[in-house]
Design a protein around this ligand. Structure first.
Ligand code: KIV
Ligand code: ZN
Length: 530
């Protein structure tokens, strides 16, 4: 029997709601923070991918979080996915979430409290009956603000079953429309998962009128397996993130869960709305935004996911791809036509290629990106899709930055002390710096600190090659720490030193944005992070 849901209407028995939490659970993991512009771009890409619900953030966590949830809600004021804000049980949390999501056409408050004996005793210092009262009070308050309310039992998989049933019953009675059972610490195995969902659906009064949801962390590498087990036991919402980012070992990866559902429809016969050919693009956008590439052997989106190295496999694939491929690379967005433009290519061809890679850019961004493309094509024999994606991602990031790198010269060699001269524009004003260092990168960073004096704790410096060949672009990631907060910056160029300077300046700009944000008010009884 279809369930009637405030945001989705009649939800067919085999329909899976894809709830993406890249911008909340994903973004709260160290090093993955994004600024407002980046979050909006990511939100647009997720909407384009077809996610049903987007958890846009945790509005009480900081002014910046509130603003980004509100901005995403405004972006989807007419249509688009359900925009969800996370809240603990405190009235201030719920109120803040309600305010932030208000502009969205479809909106959800997601409120949660810990229900396991360990969390209740150590973290909340509360008796079970007190927690039960919080469930009712928080869901009631959320429900007064919006019709679509999700309630989560934090550490649900380590909760006593009897108590979990009572909490779920209280949440349903108070008006929750989705019940989420997170495996917060990634402890469950698929059998536990199946048992919990079957038990809740059989035992809790009112269970047949709500959507059950599964939210799995990957501490034992079982997040996707647990997700599938939950679906087979009746869960109809899957919480997941692009590239599986999230707290600690991350969350169930959206692309893996979705492709498992598609490829093994025989075993898990359900439907969802994800446009799978866009998976790779969104994965790459996230990697470019955060500076964290997925590992080469990552399922679906890793660069080796469809590469066949051994002669036996290659031979088989040439005869019939299905010998060693259970899904086509094209079905998740890989294209065979990777070698594309050169220095004689015109603006129209460039725009066309951008479009087929899924980028819609305005005229100004197109002009800037085209200029950089021409410059790159002059220095590099062949320009691959990956080069173009890196270049455009960088150009789009840079729209409104206060510090702009306008010039760099480095001299280095055997037996000489490397020296760098640098020119920046800071809020439109020219700044010059010159310095030596223990290597070309060190000299460049010293010159940057001279041009715009600042104290920074550099935590990470990493270089990756975007494609193969000695003329490949380097992608550099740097990470700064200031007062316990981390920011990452990325830069790409055929010259590693220029890429390093770009990455450094990008991180500085992100740091400026972060400094402008104020700290969250502290609200008891739960800790400030979800
Ligand atoms: O893992 C978890 O328990 C969570 C909740 C806030 C849903 O992320
Ligand atoms: Zn989580």
């Amino acid at each position: 029997m279809p369930i009637s849901h405030p945001s989705f209407g009649a939800v067919a028995d085999d329909r899976i709601i894809i709830f993406d939490t890249t911008l909340r659970d994903g973004e709260q993991s160290p090093g993955f923070s994004m600024n407002l512009e980046e979050k909006i771009r990511m939100a647009e890409a997720l909407a384009d991918l077809g996610v049903d619900v987007m958890e846009a953030g945790f509005p009480i966590a900081s002014v910046g979080d509130f603003e980004s949830v509100e901005a995403i809600a405004k972006r989807f004021a007419k249509d688009g996915p359900v925009v969800c804000g996370l809240a603990r049980t405190a009235p201030a949390d719920i109120q803040r979430a309600a305010e932030a999501i208000k502009p969205a056409a479809r909106k959800r408050i997601h409120t949660f409290v810990s229900t396991s004996p360990l969390h209740m005793r150590v973290k909340l210092r509360m008796e079970p009956e007190e927690v039960l009262a919080l469930v009712t009070a928080s869901v009631t308050m959320a429900r007064n603000a919006t019709d679509d309310v999700e309630w989560s039992a934090e550490d649900g998989t380590r909760t006593e079953h009897e108590f979990l049933c009572r909490c779920v019953e209280a949440a349903i009675k108070a008006g929750a429309t989705t019940i989420n059972i997170p495996d917060t610490v990634g402890y469950a195995v698929p059998e536990d998962m199946a048992h919990i969902f079957r038990m809740l659906r059989e035992r809790v009064p009112g269970a047949d009128g709500v959507i059950f949801s599964t939210h799995n962390h990957n501490d034992l590498g079982l997040a996707v397996a647990n997700t599938l087990a939950a679906i087979r036991a009746g869960a109809r919402q899957v919480e997941c993130t692009i590239n599986g980012i999230g707290e600690r070992a991350g969350n169930a990866s959206l692309e893996e869960a979705v492709m498992a559902l598609r490829t093994r429809h025989d075993a898990v016969p359900v439907q969802n709305n994800i446009v799978t050919t866009k998976l790779l693009k969104v994965s790459k956008l996230l990697a470019a935004t955060t500076g964290f590439d997925v590992q080469p052997n990552k399922a679906i989106v890793g660069r080796n996911a469809f590469a066949h190295e051994s002669g036996i496999h290659q031979d088989g694939v040439l005869k019939d791809a299905s010998t060693y491929e259970i899904m086509t690379p094209e079905s998740v967005g890989w294209t065979t036509n990777s070698l594309i433009l050169g220095k004689h290519s015109g603006r129209a061809a460039f725009r066309d290629r951008l479009k087929s890679l899924g980028y819609e850019v305005g005229d100004n961004q197109l002009n800037d990106a085209f200029k950089r493309f021409k410059d790159l094509a002059d220095r590099k024999k062949v320009v691959y899709d990956e080069d173009i994606a890196a270049l455009v991602d960088e150009e789009v990031h840079r729209g409104s930055e206060r510090i702009v790198l306008t010039g760099l010269n480095v001299s280095t060699g055997m037996g000489t002390k490397p020296m760098a001269t640098i020119t920046l524009e800071v809020d439109g004003e020219r700044r010059d710096g010159m310095a030596i260092g223990d290597g070309a990168v060190d000299a460049t960073f010293n010159a940057l600190r001279q041009a715009w004096p600042h104290e920074i704790d550099l935590k990470l410096y990493a270089v990756q090659s975007i494609t193969g060949g000695t003329d490949a672009q380097a992608r550099v990631t740097v990470r700064f720490e200031e007062k316990g907060k981390l920011v990452d910056g990325q830069g790409s160029d055929t010259c590693t030193i220029v890429a390093s300077a770009r990455a450094y300046v990008h991180a500085l700009n992100k740091l400026l944005v972060k400094r402008e944000r104020t700290e969250p008010p502290s609200v008891l009884p739960q800790k400030a992070s979800a």
